[in-house]
Design a protein around this ligand. Structure first.
Ligand code: SF4
Length: 489
């Protein structure tokens, strides 16, 4: 055989045989999403920390001289009489190899720990460990114990690089035995797939479960697009969706009149005409908002491995806010806060926010996220509890009335502000922003800014992009309310 199987290739096969085939024969088609790339980076950081915390002082099995050398080195260490800890121990049986994140050999007993950056155990991890176990057993080094280390989200970092309680280690040995018995069959079937022709697999839910497939762009490009699929009809119950699809309707506009209730029939008409629906109830509700109106948006960062003392893994910590203020004459001014020092930004964030929001007037946000962040800040800084509470009491979540009342067919079932904005204010576009165009990009930009290796010029450019992005979020709300509350819209 000209190819080698690995744990990740077997997992690819279990997700979709076509994925495995493409990974082996058409690697040039691989396109990882920005979410996947961010997940890889987090995985690397978590893996590094796990080495130091769970099995310090180990030897890294390098891969730069190829698989054969890595396997040979691992075998030599494991056949030695000495106890040892290895990182990325590489073992092979027939044409299948695995790399163990952490391996400890103590008096001939081998303990393997797989490290994950999630905060719990998922079914796929049991499969993952079963493959690990089976291949190691085939290579002559059956682990006495195989465990999974995942992030302990109750952990509170106390500083001094003390991450001793960051991980929860769970023994999976007894849980994986049944799955491990199936591994030889999976290997055989995976090899057959690679040796055969391109499997004919339709796209479907499996393209994103359990992992986002890197061939989505390739496989989905020729799928005929249904312009307004029934599955995205807001308010249409799942059972009705299934019923209509069974009858043969795929595009919402083809649903015959008379099958839906009044509200959905009105929306069905709007699908056909392309007109937006702005009921008076929505206009009035928005028009009644008092002045001054404050429009507020936060950007946050969550570290898998906490960086700042007193914080938890993945806790969303605010580093930026944007606020537009609109007075009675509809004059709008803007203020923003962005801490790029790399120090904990939460306290300065809170103080600056309290100073800018005045004592009265609605504070308009576009989700419940800001409320959650403010509550967390109350916990963190009891001295600001009251001031933050008065901010919470003034919040007006614009998302709710828009979701309940507003409708345009181009929303495609999603009421995110990035979807709603172009249907109401077509000239205002997130796509025109430089570098940072969504929340994920904002987090990546922030991480790059606080990285000491980033050049000053790059930091300046990213800081500018971040400021513009957050400002856009609040300006978008200003324009949404101005337009949706107009009498003649
Ligand atoms: S995109 Fe879907 S169908 Fe294509 S290889 Fe991936 S999982 Fe299979």
């Amino acid at each position: 055989m000209k190819w080698t199987l690995s744990k990740s290739r077997i997992l690819s096969f279990l997700q979709c045989s076509k994925r495995l085939y493409l990974e082996v024969h058409h690697r040039n088609l691989i396109k990882y999403s920005s979410h996947s790339e961010a997940a890889f980076r987090i995985g690397d950081e978590v893996g590094e920390t796990a080495r130091k915390v769970l099995m310090p002082g180990g030897i890294l099995i390098e891969y730069d001289r190829g698989l054969r050398k890595a396997v040979e080195t691992t075998n030599n260490f494991l056949n030695d009489l000495f106890d040892i800890t290895l990182y990325e121990a590489t073992l092979q049986t027939h044409n299948t190899q695995i790399r163990a994140d952490l391996l400890n050999k103590d008096k001939d007993c081998i303990h393997v720990v797989e490290v994950k950056s999630s905060t719990g155990i998922k079914e796929i991890y049991l499969v993952d460990s079963a493959i690990q176990y089976s291949v190691m057993a085939g290579a002559g080094f059956t682990p006495a114990k195989i465990s999974l280390a995942h992030i302990n989200n109750k952990f509170v970092y106390q500083g001094d690089s003390n991450y001793n309680d960051l991980f929860k280690v769970v023994d999976l040995t007894s849980e994986i035995s049944e799955r491990a018995e199936q591994v030889p069959d999976w290997i055989e079937a995976a090899n057959k797939t690679i040796a055969g022709d391109l499997p004919r697999i339709e796209v479907g839910e499996h393209c994103t479960k359990p992992y986002s497939c890197p061939f989505i762009k390739h496989c989905w490009k020729d799928i005929p697009v249904i312009e307004y699929p029934i599955t995205k009809f807001p308010g249409l119950k799942k059972s009705k969706v299934t019923e209509l699809i069974k009858i043969g309707y795929e595009d919402i506009r083809d649903i015959p009149d008379g099958l839906l209730g009044d509200t959905l029939q009105t929306r069905l008409n709007a699908y056909r005409t392309g007109k937006k629906l702005i009921p008076d109830e929505l206009r009035n509700k928005l028009a009644q908002l008092k002045f001054p109106r404050y429009y507020l948006d936060f950007e946050t960062i969550g570290f898998a491995v906490p960086k700042w003392s007193g914080t938890r893994p993945y806790e969303q910590l605010p580093f930026q806010w944007s606020c537009h203020v609109e007075d009675k004459s509809m004059a709008v001014s803007h203020t923003g806060f962005l801490d790029t020092s790399g120090n904990p930004p939460m306290q300065l964030f809170s103080e600056a926010l309290i100073n800018v929001l005045g004592d009265s007037g609605p504070i308009i946000v576009y989700s419940t996220f800001e409320k959650t962040v403010l509550r967390n800040l109350q916990e963190r800084y009891p001295e600001y509890r009251e001031s933050l509470q008065s901010i919470i009491d003034r919040l007006f979540d614009l998302f709710q009335p828009i979701k309940t009342h507003y409708f345009h067919r181009d929303l495609q079932g999603s009421y995110s502000i990035k979807n709603v904005l172009p249907t109401v204010v077509p000239d205002l576009k997130y796509s025109d922003l430089p570098d940072v165009k969504d929340g994920m990009m904002a987090q990546q930009a922030y991480l790059e800014i606080i990285n000491v290796k980033t050049t000053q010029e790059r930091k300046r450019s990213l800081t500018n992009s971040l400021s513009k992005y957050c400002e856009m979020d609040t300006f978008a709300m200003v324009k949404l309310i101005q337009n949706l509350s107009k009498k003649n819209e």
